[in-house]
Design a protein around this ligand. Structure first.
Ligand code: HGY
Ligand code: MN
Ligand code: MN
Ligand code: MN
Length: 421
């Protein structure tokens, strides 16, 4: 079942009225009318609209809203200084032409879970926060999880200042244009020290829950994954007058490398994708001088990932050598395997088993998340909501209304046990 193209299929009236109203009010922000996909990139107008939406939802619930030095938004119930806070949330930014659920489902479900806890009349024993992490997808500046990497100190201010978008605008310039002070960015250990647990609910980006017949699952681990930039430099020339034997065409070497990446991934049981390319001068009738391709590679274990990366680079260098192409390979980002903290993950399993009487499945994922970035600094865990087609990073991304409701209830159960007992 896929959501109707265009309108995010989202949860229908059966979802709590507040969930449905939130979903509708968010759905129009940064959406491409043609494809129905989303274009919510860091520090753009759509991002500002998402931030305003977040602030309004928080203030409507009498939460104290703040934006931290790295542009992450926090909506607090209780005094953060009391420490040992329970935090939930996700991100609102998207990949180019992304789906309606990746990120927003976690944020909307967090507000809806708080509504549910208030309906249950529980009293909070620990501070609670709902977070919107900035620039999780890295769609504009090429690095994923910028907000959480800065906060956890995994991304230095110097490296962040060096990030540029396709128009050459730097991250600090973009932040400034959006009204934020880029000079303030940096690690925020005091903030992390006040957090006792972070639970991120996210639409599953795969079909494990669809295959197991479960509405909700718990993350076991995130595969090691990274991004490598391949620069193939050849010789610009006339497409119409240059004999084939006289060419040094980098597009050919790029194409051979893409095929090699598929082969290496199949051999290693991994995944490898060249999803982004830039060509100079990018003229129909011009043999390129430079072809730049970005490789996204992921594998269940480090050894398999290393094999893929080494295999692709070796093949690329061999093809480049033969064709007289100069090749530069740069590792732009890398996230080692995330093995979610067992204590919190097992506690979520127990809570949900006690509440629902069923064992909620535990599953790995190849998708990166802020919960993964922060897992080295604070206890983190993830809840997944069934995605019947597994499709993500696409306008066709979908989660059925009943499953979204099940996700909210599971999150409310977890938050109640963690923050109210
Ligand atoms: O790329 C990822 O895995 C995530 O969606 N940022
Ligand atoms: Mn994503
Ligand atoms: Mn996401
Ligand atoms: Mn995430």
């Amino acid at each position: 079942p896929r959501g109707p193209r265009g309108a995010p299929a989202g949860p229908g009236p059966a979802a709590s009225p507040t969930f449905h109203a939130m979903w509708r009010s968010l759905a129009g922000i940064g959406r491409d009318a043609g494809s129905g996909g989303y274009r919510r990139y860091a520090w753009t107008a759509a991002d500002a609209d998402c931030r305003l939406w977040f602030r309004m939802q928080a203030e409507a619930r009498r939460l104290d809203v703040e934006t931290d030095r790295n542009g992450n938004q926090w909506a607090w119930l209780g005094d953060p200084a009391a420490g040992d806070a329970v935090v939930t949330g996700s991100h609102l930014d998207s990949v180019p032409d992304g789906g309606a659920f990746d990120g927003p489902l976690g944020v909307v479900s967090s507000f809806a879970a708080l509504d549910e806890l208030r309906r249950r009349g529980v009293s909070f024993k620990r501070p609670l926060a709902i977070v919107n992490f900035g620039d999780e997808e890295g769609a504009r500046f090429g690095l994923a999880c910028v907000g959480s990497r800065l906060t956890s100190g995994q991304l230095t201010k110097e490296k962040a200042f060096a990030l540029r978008d396709a128009d050459g605008i730097s991250l600090p310039r973009a932040m400034e244009a959006a009204g934020y002070d880029p000079e303030a960015i940096g690690a925020d250990p005091e903030r992390l020290a006040r957090i006792g647990a972070f639970v991120e609910l996210h639409v599953e980006q795969g079909r494990a829950l669809d295959l197991s017949g479960d509405a909700v699952g718990i993350a076991s681990a995130i595969w090691p994954h990274g991004r490598w930039r391949y620069d193939f430099a050849g010789e610009a020339n006339h497409a119409g007058t240059t004999r084939l034997v006289d060419r040094r065409d980098p597009m050919l070497t790029y194409a051979e490398t893409v095929l090699a990446a598929r082969r290496e991934a199949e051999l290693a049981g991994a995944v490898a994708t060249f999803g982004k390319i830039s060509v100079e001068p990018n003229g129909v009738n011009a043999i390129p001088s430079l072809v730049r391709g970005w490789l996204d590679a992921r594998a269940a274990d480090q050894g398999s990932l290393d094999a893929v990366i080494a295999g692709v680079e070796a093949a690329a260098r061999e093809h480049a050598e033969r064709a007289g192409i100069d090749l530069t390979v740069v590792r732009e980002s890398f996230t080692p395997v995330v093995d979610f903290s067992h204590a919190l993950r097992d506690e979520l399993s127990r809570i949900l088993a006690d509440r629902t009487g069923t064992k909620v499945p535990v599953l790995g994922t190849g998708a990166g998340h802020d919960a993964g970035i922060l897992s080295g600094a604070i206890p983190t865990a993830m809840l997944f909501v069934r995605n019947p087609t597994g499709v993500s990073h696409s306008p066709a991304e979908f989660a059925a209304e009943d499953d979204c409701v099940a996700g909210v209830h599971a999150l409310a159960d977890v938050l109640e046990d963690l923050a109210c007992r």
